[in-house]
Write a protein that binds this ligand. Structure first.
Ligand code: NDP
Length: 474
């Protein structure tokens, strides 16, 4: 008997993916650098399906039907290259290597190009949902060639999460497209988490509520338009009590947020593309600020507002819900714009509505809200910004007064709300009839003769700032 698919790298993610394939009736070849993990998997979970354990790479490759489908689930970076180098020579033209780890999309593009020359398909695949997702149905974002998707897609769709019977898996686009959208997914996740954290902070400090009370507020929100996995788990975390001290769990955790790097990658890529993903950037920077105790300690004596400005708006809770929803819309609008910009830059032809579709379940940002994003792109595939779609436009228009009150309250009371505030600034920037960018163009022309365009006639112009200050065509 041959296996339909093989998984190499059997730490928590690889093991669960292999089990997921097996539970769906596929025969799965399994391999790991050190045989211990392979043995453990078969001993513990062998009854869940048919596994073909292999001690060596050669044995593993020989146990796969052709074209071979080899899923790599190892640490991103050098280990992934090492595993590719080990397997590529053992494979034959038409075979596929599927990198399901969290690779940087530029690495994926490089690997895909190199393996294509050897006649191999390389499929950089984003997998979201953590270990539970891998086992019970992740959101899957495969890149690579359309031919490879024809041979691989049905298996991935089988193990993916489903919404109304539709799999949370779609061929995203060629080469690095899958890993790119997985990266932006994670970036949006950073923004979402930061906004939720700001909402909590405001309810706690401006509203004077306890973590347990705020957990209830989040539970209420979860039943409404904010309904999502992240809101749901936030309520769980906030209602947790520390067994040792009896204090709220959130009060015994060190307030320094860590990161593994995909948020930073998203912002770096956005800078290269020139797309303002300020929501994601603020989230990455807020984690960086929290994680710098030396600077925080040195700055701890900086004065705050001289008088507290009351307890915020008349109904802080309702206002914060509005601010959270509006800021979330901005963060998603920015993330989707980044995907569209990359799609144009790299010729990926990504359907943004498809991304909203496959993020509705299985992944960390899963939410009711994504259905509206999908509908927006179905209605208007070339939508310039989510903010101009009817549903989102109405939501933001309805929220904006409350949103402004919340940002003002945060500023007056000295509570940091970089996510809310920068989302609002982005919104006001987008809708502005005139921006002070005109002044910046003037400054650039003054010190660097960088020229400018006029509102009333075509062409580029320069003013002789150091001379008679007359304007000349550039
Ligand atoms: P780890 O990232 O901890 O990687 C451990 C695995 O990599 C082990 O199987 C290990 O083999 C193998 N490995 C490490 N170095 C090498 C090498 N040089 N050659 C061969 N194999 C090597 O495992 P995870 O399961 O946590 O994650 C796997 C991938 O999935 C990563 O890319 C991660 O970013 C991604 N991912 C993880 C998620 C999560 O929630 N954990 C969510 C989504 C994606 P050995 O047992 O022999 O040491």
């Amino acid at each position: 008997e041959k296996a339909q698919i093989g998984v190499t790298g059997l730490a928590v993610m690889g093991r669960n993916l292999a089990r997921n394939f097996a539970r769906h009736g596929h025969t799965v070849a399994v391999h790991n650098r050190s045989y211990g993990r392979t043995k453990e998997l078969v001993e513990e979970f062998g009854h869940e399906g048919t596994f073909l354990p292999a001690e060596s790479a050669e044995e593993f490759v020989a146990s796969l039907e052709r074209p071979r489908r080899v899923v790599i689930m190892v640490k991103a970076g050098k280990p992934t290259d090492a595993v590719i180098d080990e397997f590529a020579p053992l494979l034959e033209p038409g075979d596929m290597i599927i990198d399901a780890g969290n690779a940087h999309f530029a690495d994926t593009r490089r690997r895909e190009a190199a393996l294509k020359e050897r006649g191999l398909h390389f499929v950089g695949t984003g997998v979201s949902g953590g270990e539970e997702g891998a086992l019970h149905g992740p959101s899957i974002m495969p890149g690579g060639s359309p031919e490879s998707y024809a041979a691989l897609g049905p298996l991935l769709e089988d193990i993916a999460a489903k919404v109304d019977g539709e799999p949370c898996c779609v061929h995203v686009g060629p080469d690095g497209a899958g890993h790119f959208v997985k990266m932006v997914h994670n970036g949006i996740e950073y923004a979402d988490m930061q906004l939720i954290a700001e909402a909590y902070d405001l309810l706690r400090r401006a509203g004077g509520h306890s973590p347990a009370e705020i957990a209830e507020v989040f539970r209420g929100w979860n039943a409404g338009r904010l309904g999502s996995y992240l809101i749901e788990i936030t309520a769980e975390v906030l209602s947790q009590t520390d067994a040792e001290t009896g204090k709220p769990f959130v009060d015994v955790v060190v307030d320094q947020a860590e990161q593994k790097g995909t948020g930073r990658w998203t912002v770096q890529a956005a800078l290269d593309l020139g797309v303002p993903v300020s929501g994601i950037a603020e989230a990455v920077f807020a984690r960086a600020l929290s994680g710098d105790p030396a600077v925080r300690q040195a700055a701890a004596g900086l004065p705050g507002p001289s008088a507290t400005a009351g307890a915020g708006g008349a109904d802080l809770q309702a206002d914060v819900e509005q601010a959270l929803f509006a800021s979330k819309i901005v963060a998603y609008a920015q993330g989707f714009q980044q995907i569209q910009a990359a799609s144009t830059e790299y010729g990926w032809d990504i359907d943004p509505g498809d991304m909203a579709k496959i993020w509705r379940d299985g992944c960390i940002i899963r939410a009711k809200f994504l259905d509206y994003i999908r509908k927006a792109y179905d209605k208007q595939p070339g939508l310039a910004s989510l903010l101009v779609d009817d549903y989102f436009l109405d939501a933001v228009a309805g929220a904006q007064d409350a949103w402004r009150r919340v940002v003002a309250t945060a500023a007056q009371q000295g509570i940091p709300a970089p996510g809310f505030a920068s989302a609002l600034a982005y919104y006001d920037g987008l809708r502005a009839e005139r921006l002070p960018a005109a002044l910046i163009q003037g400054q650039r022309d003054f010190f660097g003769a960088h020229t400018y365009h006029r509102v009333d006639k075509p062409g580029a112009f320069h003013t002789l700032w150091a001379g008679d200050r007359n304007e000349v065509p550039a």
